[in-house]
Design a binder for this molecule. Structure first.
Ligand code: C5P
Length: 296
């Protein structure tokens, strides 16, 4: 029996994020294109002689209370579904900033589900894992879908896995403060009437197969909220465009902005610009495959 699994949990950006109607549940329907990037947390999950789930976090990233941690909640859910008591230790090397729109917590949850399933010799089918994941968080199904690029709708739990695009250089810029998803959605709801309708729209298949055409679909309905709540968002977005980003937008529900560049040189020049001005930045590449857990 393997004793441990190591798994890389990548961040994501949304290359398109349209917020459609509010559902009766209070959640909003989305139309979004998820793209995984190489900025990542790493999890090591080991069997332990002690009962329970122990989480050890490395990295100086602001985190909420441990019992709310999505890796822990994913492990609790997994063992509850399996009908067994857990005895594991999760070592989480945290690099993805929280409340940044990069899906770090969801990615940790998905990575935990995949690693535990492997450690226990796959008691759950992919659809069963997906169901567990979708109850943990809206971005979890994407991180379970096996592709680094996907079109998603519903709350993000219905996905069309797309053929990955060639890797592109990405720069992620943090504006200095976070934005909570719930607050961002509340602002959207406040700014709309009850009978809000989105215009009819046809997305053609070819437009999802190339960076140039995806750039035409790039928009994020949270940007007006970010412009209001994140003082430096507009300045960052403009700076990314001026330095040659082909796509420059808000990451998810914010607060980070990101740029996708046609060359590493352009990205590096943009990195230098933002680093000189004191912004926390992360350089990454878009992923052309999904990382798999490795058993030890
Ligand atoms: O997914 P997460 O738990 O971060 O969502 C926080 C809150 O954001 C939800 O409780 C809901 O009010 C709002 N939300 C929404 N529509 C979504 C996702 C989240 O209205 N698709």
């Amino acid at each position: 029996m393997p004793e441990a699994a190591r798994v890389v949990a990548p961040a994501k950006v949304n290359l398109r994020l349209r917020i459609l109607a509010r559902q009766a549940s209070g959640f909003h329907s989305l139309e979004t294109i998820f793209c995984a990037v190489s900025l990542a947390d790493t999890l090591r999950i080991r069997r332990s002689s002690q009962p329970g789930i122990r989480l050890v976090v490395e990295g100086d990233i602001e985190m909420g209370p441990l019992e709310r941690n999505l890796a822990v909640r994913a492990a609790e859910r997994f063992y509850r579904e399996m009908g067994r008591s857990p005895a594991i230790r999760i070592e989480l090397a945290k690099r993805i900033p929280a409340a940044a729109g990069l899906g770090g917590g969801s990615s940790d949850a998905a990575a935990t589900l995949r690693a535990l399933n492997m450690l226990h010799d796959n008691p759950f089918s992919p659809p069963a894992l997906l169901e567990m994941g979708s109850e943990l968080g809206s971005d979890v199904p994407f991180f379970l879908c096996g592709s680094p690029l996907a079109l998603a709708w519903g709350r993000g739990e219905r996905l069309l896995a797309l053929a990955p695009l060639p890797a592109r250089s990405v720069l992620i810029v943090h504006p200095g403060l976070g934005m909570r998803t719930a607050d961002a959605f509340r602002r959207i709801a406040e700014g709309r009437t009850e009978d809000h309708r989105s215009p009819a729209f046809v997305m053609d298949r070819e437009s999802l197969a190339e960076w140039d055409s995806i750039a035409h679909l790039a928009e994020n309905n949270f940007e007006p909220v970010a412009r209001e709540l994140v003082p430096r968002f507009s300045e960052i977005r403009r700076g990314l465009i001026e330095r040659g980003a082909e796509i420059a937008m808000l990451a998810g529900s914010g607060s980070c902005a990101f740029g996708v560049f046609a060359s590493r040189e352009r990205r590096d020049a943009a990195s230098a610009h933002f680093a000189d001005r004191g912004f926390p930045i992360w350089e990454a590449e878009t992923l052309d495959s999904s990382p798999e857990p490795v058993l030890r």
